[in-house]
Write a protein that binds this ligand. Structure first.
Ligand code: GDP
Length: 443
């Protein structure tokens, strides 16, 4: 994704800071220089970078992190909080009208991913809010846009209101709103025309459509791949139509993530949704706090630990956390946790919190609960020493374990191998790195 390079650099800097027992003012200055450079290289607006590093430095000095027991951790915490604040703080959602239909106006340049985002948002609202959704095809200038919306809108189960490409977009919008009311829709999403550049005609038409349908929310779709250009475009849109939030599209791309990091600070409008691929389900609420944690390689391990804490008592949770971080986790612990974890809910939802486990990879992953029974049986057939160092178990013992557990040698081999992989991931997590899941999936 667009944050990869930034993520790597920030993590290197912060792991360096964390490595110090104590921190001097010079250490902090050096870290701030590196952070500043990493942000500039990620194409973050230079004013935003300056403000960011100033705030972080002042907080680090103010919190007197240098005198503290774990100064590195404090710095990481501050950077994490400020990065989240930079992207908008706590995540905001769409506000619904008390009198449906809630009207959402989609704006953006041609090619920004507006039509795709319209269908994705329709899908999201259907899935997450159980809403009945209609979409209106008002992009009559790009001929393919209407057909495209009919197609993708249909795919996500939204009703598509269209009048081809000959009608006037303002009239279509007004007509679509009437129909949405008649049809008792909860939400109407209006796809508007894009242009290659911001111009007066485009803005004028948007203003007219806005007057015709009085949207509750105006979303601007911004292409993350276009960098600071995207931020300039957003600024111009903000002046002309005062939108409410941003849909940041193409976050899966390999461009630099500067736009996503600057747009809130420059326009004052938060990113509400992230679009992360061409498929219609690659779309999610944007959570600045989680994104920041992900950039810093903290992943959602935090949520995972929270969840564990809710399930285990505090000592157990601390113990688990310590073992994960120090890579002292054995098959013995695994067995104990497996039993607890199975009480916590479906395993796929837990795996989703581990950084690097992209939603896509997870979809194909089915957890067979009977498989877990077999795993338990295998571990129970091992000696304590074998549970600590499973990689050292010899062939003859593997056969005995297989027999004892009513499985076969291949199952034992698989468990040993998978546990080895898991340890590798945990070791990387402990070092604050994102595990290379692609590599792991290959095995
Ligand atoms: P519009 O002109 O703004 O309506 O743009 P479209 O919705 O047609 O999108 C333009 C192109 O970008 C299409 O090829 C989409 O498939 C692609 N696209 C849209 N959103 C994303 C995204 O989040 N990631 C990727 N990789 N491609 C996207």
């Amino acid at each position: 994704g667009v944050f990869d390079a930034l993520s790597e650099k920030l993590q290197a800097t912060l792991s360096d800071v964390r490595g110090h027992g104590t921190l001097t003012e010079d250490d902090i200055k050096k870290a701030m220089r590196e952070i500043r450079l990493a942000l500039l290289e990620a194409d973050v607006n230079f004013k935003v970078v300056k403000e960011f590093t100033t705030t972080v430095r002042e907080r680090c000095m103010g919190a007197d992190v240098m005198g503290q027991l774990n100064p590195g951790q404090q710095v990481v915490k501050i950077v994490n909080e400020e990065l989240a604040a930079l992207m908008g703080g706590a995540s905001a959602g769409i506000s619904f009208s008390p009198r449906p239909p809630t009207v959402i106006l989609m704006a953006g340049l041609q090619g920004s991913g507006k039509t795709t985002a319209t269908a994705k948002l329709a899908r999201h609202l259907k899935e997450e809010h159980n809403s009945s959704v209609a979409v209106a095809a008002c992009d009559v200038y790009r001929p393919a846009a209407v057909d495209q919306l009919v197609k993708v809108g249909g795919q996500v189960g939204a009703t598509v209101y269209e009048q081809g490409t000959d009608a006037n977009p303002v009239d279509i919008a007004r007509w679509a709103l009437d129909r949405a009311k008649q049809d008792g829709k909860d939400v109407l999403i209006v796809d508007t025309a894009g242009r290659l550049h911001v111009d007066a005609t485009l803005m004028d038409e948007l203003v007219q459509i806005r007057a015709a349908v009085k949207p509750h929310t105006i979303l601007l779709v911004v292409d993350a791949m276009t960098g600071q250009d995207a931020v300039n475009v957003a600024e111009q849109f903000a002046e002309a139509v005062n939108f409410d939030g941003v849909v940041m599209s193409k976050l899966d791309g390999d461009a630099r993530g500067g736009a996503a990091l600057s747009v809130k600070a420059v326009t004052g409008k938060p990113i509400l949704f992230a679009s992360t691929g061409e498929k219609l389900d690659q779309f999610e609420r944007f959570h600045p706090d989680r994104m920041s944690q992900r950039i810093l390689g903290m992943g959602d391990v935090m949520s995972l630990i929270e969840k564990a804490e809710a399930q285990f008592d505090e000592d157990q949770a601390k113990d688990l956390e310590r073992k994960l971080r120090r890579n002292e986790f054995t098959l013995e612990d695994f067995l104990g946790q497996l039993k607890q974890i199975r009480k916590m809910g479906p395993l796929t939802s837990l795996l989703g919190m581990i950084p690097g486990f992209a939603g896509q990879q997870l979809k194909g992953l089915k957890v067979d609960e009977r498989e877990l029974d077999r795993i338990e049986a295998i571990i129970l057939s091992m000696t304590p020493e074998e549970r600590r160092r499973p990689e050292l178990i010899k062939g003859s013992r593997r056969l005995r374990i297989a027999k004892g557990s009513g499985t076969n040698v291949q199952a034992v081999n698989n468990l040993v191998k998978q546990f080895g992989q898991m340890r590798k991931v945990m070791k990387q997590l402990g070092k604050g790195k994102m595990p290379d899941m692609a590599q792991l999936m290959k095995q």
